[in-house]
Every structure is written in C-alpha cells, then in structure tokens.
Design a protein around this ligand. Structure first.
Ligand code: IVH
Length: 797
C-alpha cells in the first residue's frame, strides 16, 4: 500500500467519524464524544489534508472556512416559489383558519357526526424561528447550492456562505434520498451565540447587532464568507422545494423525520396535533417556554399534516391555504426617549435610566428602560428626543436596543452624567479601573460613575439595608423594601446597626404596623443577632462578593478579624478570587467608614455575635509555598518555573532578598536567564516592594499559612474536591438546604453537568442535566440516597 493510499483511507475514515459526530451533536443533540476528542480528529484530518491537498474534497468537514470574498451574489431562480405565511394573532383567527381548512377538505374528511361536530384535521406544529429563510439544494446527496428567499421567485446565491454553517450537512447520510432534493428552513442565531457575538464585536470595537435576527441576516449575507464562518449560525429545516428522482413520505411530520434521518437538522419541538384544540395547546405550551428556549421565536406554525390534503387546498395569492403562523405578542416596539434620569444603587453606582413615552410591548406598558452605564449610552449613540427600539422579553427589564437614527429630531439633546448625586448632592466620580500586572499598576477610566456619599446617601443606605436584611444575608423576615424606605425616610435607621436599637414605639408608628406585627418584626430582628460568619460577610455588601465568595472567605479564613485585615495578596490564595476582587475586598475593609459600621454592629449595644468563628481551614493553611509566593510577587520575566528555581536556591524570602543584592551570587543561578536575573535585582532594589513582600509573608505566618508553619494534618472534609449538581425537584428539603449541607461536607455545588461532575442528585422532573449526566457516565442519585448520605455524615433531618 502506498503512502497516499493509506492517507486516503485514513482521511475517509476521519471524515466519516467527524460527520457522524456532527450528526449526533447537531441533529440528534446527543454528542457521543467530548469536544476535545472531536478537535483531535479534526486536527488530524486537517494535517493529513495539508500533506495531501489532492485528496481535499468540497464535502470534507474541514471545508467550512469560507472562501475568497465575492464582489456580489449571483442570482438563483426558485423553480418552486418560496412562499410566505398568513398570520393569526387572535384565537379567532386560528379558528377561522381551521374552519376554512375543513371546508376546503369537506369532500375528503369523514362526514360530521350526529351532534354536528366535524372531523378533526391533523396539523404538524413547529416553532416559528426568527431568522431568515434559505433553500439548500442536494444533488445526489451532495450540497450543491444555497440560496436566500429573495422575493420568493429569485434569491441570492449564498452557496459558499451556507457551507460554513456547522450544522448544515455537506453530504446526506444514509440512503433513500431523492436524487434532487431541495430543503428549506431558517438560518438563525441562538440567544447565547448572539450574546457571544455582540460581546466579541464590542471588544473589537465593531458594530453590534440589535437582535439575533439582524445578526443572522447580517452574518449570512456577507460577501466575505470567512466572516460568515466566524459567526455562530445554525440551520433548522421546516420544509422542501424541488424533489426529483425519488419521493418523500406522505405527511409533513414523516417528511421532516425522514430528512432528520438523512442528517438534516429539524426542530426538536416538532409535534403532531389533532384539531384546533391540539394547536391551541401547542401554542400555549411553547408560549410558556418561549424564554427558556435557546433561540428566539416569534410564533408557531401549523401545517395540515397530510401532503395530499395540502395539494387539495392549494394556495391563495402568495400564501398556502394549508398553513398559518400563530404569532406571539411582539417584543420590540418603537417609542420616544423623553428623558434620561439617574438612579443610585447599593454601591453608589449612578446609572442612567431611560424615561420613555409609554408603549405596549408584549402586553405590558413600558415607560422605563435600563441603560446600564454611560458606555452603553455612548455605544447606542443615544440622545434625548430620539426614537428608539425597546425590547421586553419575559421578566427581563426592558432594554433600549437601538436608536432609529433617521428619526432624530433637530432639537435632540445629549445625555450628560450629573456632577452631583441626584439623591444626596455628594460628588459623582468616575470609577478608575486599576490593572495590576507584573508588579505594575495601570489606571484607566471605568464605565461606572459613583456617588461618594456612601451610607450618608439615602439611596445607597436604603439599598444597603435591603441587601443586609435579605433572605440569603441576615434573613430578617417581615422587613420588606417599603418598610426599609420608611425607616430610612423617618431617620430611624442611618446604618445597619440602627436596626438593632429600634423600639416598639418606633415600629408601631410605621404605616401598616399593629401590635402583633411590631412584636414579630422586633423578634425577627433580635433573632438575626447570631448570624453565621458567611451570612454576615455577604450581608455587608462588599462589591463583587456574592454568596459563594462570602462562604469561601468564611470557610477559609475562619474569622471576621482575619477577613478584615487580610492583604490582597493573601486573599488571592482563595480559589476563584483574582486580583481585582481581592483588592475590592481589601479596600472595603480598609475604609474607615465601613470599619466603623462593622464595629458598631458588633458593639454590645447592637449585639451582633458571629456564630461560627474559628481557625484558618486546614486546606487553606496548606496552600502557600515559597515558589508560589515568589510567583505571586509578579516579578517581571519570572514565571512559575523561574519562581521555583529561585525558591529551590534560596529557601526563604530573606535569603532571596539577600541573593538579589549579591551580583556575583545571583549570576551563578542556573536555569534563569540574564533578563530575568536583572529583573529580580531591580525588583528587590525597591524598598517599598521589599517591605510589602515581608508584610505579606508576616501575615501568612500570623494566619498559620506560612510554608514553614507546622502543617496541620489536612483531614479534609468528606466531599472535598468534589463537584455536585442538583436538578429536578427535591421533596424533603429545598435545593438551597441540600446545597448548604453538601457544601458543609466540602463539596462544590455547580449549576451545570460536565465530565468533572462527581455526582448529580436528580429529583422528579429532572431533564437535560440528568440526560447529560447519563451520557457522560456521571453518577446519579435520587433524593432518598442523598438523605442517606447526609445522614451517614451526621447531617440528619
Ligand atoms: S413554512 C409555504 N415553517 O416564516 C410555507 N416557515 O412568515 C412557507 N419560518 O419565510 C414557510 N419558521 O422564513 C415555515 N416552521 C416554519 C417556519 C417558517 C420560520 C419563516 C420562514 C418564512 C416566514 C413566513
């Protein structure tokens, strides 16, 4: 066998394996190998094809990269016209459609019963994806052409572009397909793909898209198909056009299933419904799940299932009589930006809010929309008086998507950030972004503006108290937002500590309070006096410190005193705490005002007593090494291996400092280049840095974390290092409680399943996470088994 023969065989084998993986991934939604394995096969194929370019064929999975840019698209005539659909907006429209269908099929349908009930028609039900219609032509099983719908008769030739769409098969699978098969469907972008694309565009300073539909259209109709290749487009087939040299099954559902078998992706939501009632149920079901679908839909499509019935019904103008789109309420509307006001949040961030001319969007009147920050205002190019596109999806706060530039009035005004806080009048400052890298700090302007008034600012005070008392923080029952507002407005609460000195007389005076409710609230406040350390740390509202980080701080450092004085360098030893967050935490506790609030809370008069303070955890105490410490100093040109060499040679920070000052001695160090040695010299020639390094070392020693400290045996918690996932409904305990219990045994509880997941606890109703666990061979247990496991570790009910 010659070399090229064996290469040809291997190439064929790789292509068939990759096609198969693609099919499982995109069409069946059941990937059988991890991404890494797919990538490995793909790289092998690419390498072989590079060695043997004569063996490259257009259907090879490597040929989805796009080609040379074109100057214009060619024209394609649709032999079978690509039609549009009629719309139903109201229930009555759907009833009318079904009645017309039954009337049109009167001769075919079994006659009506004695009670006047007509025979029901079967409908195929599909989501109406919001993208753009394309036609794909397969000749002898090979993709030969892709076209847009255009005016329905003539479209554009986008063959090169559609080939770059990952889930479009370049060759059909299996057998039995007609020699000429034109399939039709929607090219769209998933919500996640759209968000990722916009994020990338934003980072690169490029144009962002207003919605997934525009993004899909803009990406597909690119003369440079390499750009199309880089965009997360997907295809979903909903029908067919030309069919020659073979036949398709007799119903819409069977046809789509056959196409799926040949490797063409179809909707997972395809269903068969009986009569108009069945259609309505489908509409309701999909409508209820609209927000949780991975892609945007603007309705559902009902089609008479039997193709012979479709033929009988035929067309009216440019719409089939056998299909209808039942639309959902629109989520985007046009309105006018009347003004931009500024709101002050918990951390003092002053954020712009759009005041809009009220408009109905998806059944709700919208008169405000978030604008996030001033960078967003700039990105949108927004001016007061502009006409804007507003979008409201599900429970999400309405968003301003785009300015309609053509409609800008002559008297439009720019949006200006106020120089003084609209609530307390304190100065508003732009935040600085401090980047620390390799021992250097660089400062740039951040997107956020902050009121410097802190708890003196009523807006910040209210938000801080609302957070402090919330369920996952101090959990003070019965202290809702409205009550907090009253307490602050009346001047009864000026800091969280004041909650603990509220009197019966003060509370009963508040609106809506009587004797019992007053006693209940005071009791709830008193009950919160003994929080767990993690809850208290979370309640403080440190920027960037969510519940998980608060738990981590509490579990690792063991006491508030240590958390308060921990240097940022020491905090970065915590898993998942990077430099930025470490500085946020440190700056928070370094701040005199924050310190006084904490001291006041702990003052016996207010009496907050932390429950579970203790030692630095054994795991955390064991993380620091000299080499790691040197690495953390961020000495330019000293990476992890350089740090190890320095640690091996010196054995201590003091010896390292001495070495750095001894030219001759340092030059004998092996395995570290001259530039790096010079950098070590310069680093420790700076007295401030030496002092800082010593301070960090001293703190490690004080916390019992120093590499020389006597190491406690790391007993470790029973589930330490394991990641668990909870899914479905748990009956005996809430998911929160299950999570807390698992965490107390050392497990991390994650939201998604991966090959690294240790175990999935699946209750009734578990869906995709359970399926993924089974597919990846991850252990699964039910609630009963979990209860037993917890009990075995002393965590009984
Ligand atoms: S059937 C003759 N099915 O909606 C039937 N169209 O408003 C033609 N669309 O141009 C279309 N999902 O771009 C059909 N499941 C679906 C669809 C669908 C989205 C789009 C398609 C069409 C437009 C008509």
């Amino acid at each position: 066998m010659t070399d090229s023969q064996s290469a040809a065989e291997r190439i064929a084998q790789l292509r068939s394996e990759l096609d198969d993986h693609n099919y499982r991934y995109y069409v069946l939604d059941e990937p059988s190998v991890p991404d890494a394995e797919y990538d490995r096969l793909f790289r092998e194929l690419k390498a072989l094809e590079a060695e043997h370019p004569e063996l490259i064929t257009p259907e090879s999975p490597t040929q989805r990269v796009g080609g040379a840019a074109a100057s214009a698209f060619g024209e394609v005539r649709h032999e079978v016209p690509m039609l549009s659909l009629g719309n139903a907006f109201e229930e009555q429209d759907l009833n009318d459609f079904d009645r017309r269908v039954r009337e049109g099929l009167a001769d075919q349908l079994p006659s009506s019963d004695l009670f006047g009930g007509g025979a029901e028609v079967e409908y195929s039900c599909e989501p109406k994806l919001d993208g753009l219609a394309v036609s794909l032509l397969y000749e002898n099983g090979v993709l030969t052409r892709g076209a847009t719908r255009g005016d329905g008769t003539t479209g554009e030739d986008i063959s090169v572009n559609v080939r770059t769409i990952r889930n479009v098969p370049l060759r059909l699978k299996g057998e039995g397909w007609p020699a000429v098969l034109e399939v039709r469907g929607e090219v769209f972008m998933s919500k996640a793909g759209f968000d990722a694309l916009n994020e990338r565009q934003m980072e690169a300073g490029g144009k962002t898209f207003a919605n997934p539909r525009n993004a899909a259209a803009g990406s597909l109709r690119q003369l440079d198909s390499k750009i199309t290749a880089s965009r997360p487009l997907e295809f979903c087939c909903y029908g067919f056009g030309r069919v020659e040299g073979g036949a398709l099954p007799g119903t819409q559902v069977d046809i789509l299933e056959a196409l799926k078998g040949w490797g063409i992706p179809i909707s997972r939501e395809l269903k068969l419904a009986r009569g108009v009632e069945g259609c309505r149920a489908y509409y309701e079901d999909i409508g209820a799940r609209r927000d949780s679908l991975a892609y945007e839909i603007d309705g559902v499509v009902f089609k008479v299932n039997r193709i012979d019935y479709q033929r009988e019904l035929g067309f009216r103008a440019r719409e089939p009589r056998w299909a209808i789109a039942h639309k959902f309420p629109a989520r985007e509307e046009l309105t006018e930006l009347l003004d931009v006001e500024f709101q002050v949040g918990r951390t003092g961030a002053v954020t712009p809010v759009a005041r809009l001319k009220p408009v109905q969007v998806a059944g709700v009147t919208v008169s405000n929309a978030t604008l996030h920050n001033m960078d967003e205002v700039a990105r949108l190019g927004l001016m007061i008086g502009d006409t804007v596109i507003i979008r409201r999806a599900g429970d999400v706060i309405p968003q301003v998507m785009q300015v309609v530039a053509e409609r800008r009035p002559a008297d439009a005004r720019p949006v200006a950030i106020p120089t003084q806080c609209p609530v307390c009048g304190s100065q508003v400052e732009r935040t600085q972004l401090v980047k620390r890298s390799k021992g250097k700090e660089s400062v740039s302007e951040g997107a956020i503006y902050r009121c410097v008034g802190r708890l003196f600012c009523q807006a910040q005070l209210k938000q801080a108290i609302i957070h402090f008392v919330s369920r996952r923080a101090m959990d003070i029952d019965g202290l809702g937002d409205k009550i907090v507002e009253q307490l602050v407005d009346k001047g009864l609460v000026k800091s969280p500590a004041d909650l603990y000195t509220l009197t019966f007389e003060q509370v009963i005076e508040l609106e809506g309070f009587a004797e019992v409710s007053t006693r209940n609230l005071l009791a709830a406040i008193a009950d919160s006096r003994r929080p767990a350390l993690a809850r208290f740390v979370f309640a403080l509202g440190i920027p960037d410190v969510g519940e998980e980080t608060a738990k981590l701080l509490a579990r690792s450092l063991g006491s508030l005193a240590r958390i308060q004085k921990a240097l940022p360098e020491v905090l970065t030893y915590l898993p998942d705490v990077g430099g930025e967050v470490a500085y946020e935490i440190h700056n928070f506790f370094d701040d005199e005002h924050n310190r006084s609030v904490i001291a006041e809370l702990q003052n016996p008069e207010h009496g907050v007593q932390l429950q579970d303070e203790g030692e630095v955890s054994a795991e955390f105490a064991a993380v620091a090494t000299l080499a790691g410490f040197i690495d953390k100093l961020n000495i330019p040109f000293i990476a992890a291996t350089g740090a190890e060499k320095l640690a091996d040679r010196t054995g201590s920070l003091d010896a390292l400092i001495t070495l750095s000052q001894d030219w001759l001695d340092l030059s004998t160090l092996k395995g570290v280049n001259e530039k790096a040695k010079q950098s070590v010299r310069e680093y420790f020639a700076d007295a401030a840095r030496v002092e800082r390094a010593k301070a960090v070392e001293a703190q490690l020693a004080e916390f019992g974390m120093h590499w020389r400290s006597e190491r406690k045996v790391v007993e470790g918690l029973p589930l330490a290092g394991q990641t668990w996932v909870l899914t479905g409904t748990l009956e005996a305990m809430s998911r929160d409680v299950a999570k807390e219990k698992l965490e107390s045994l050392g497990a991390k509880v994650a939201g998604s399943v991966s090959a690294k997941t240790h175990c999935v606890v699946a209750g009734p109703g578990a869906g995709s996470k359970l399926a993924k666990a089974q597919e990846l061979g991850v252990a699964v247990m039910d609630e009963e088994q979990l209860i037993k496991l917890l009990a075995d570790h002393g965590l009984g009910a």
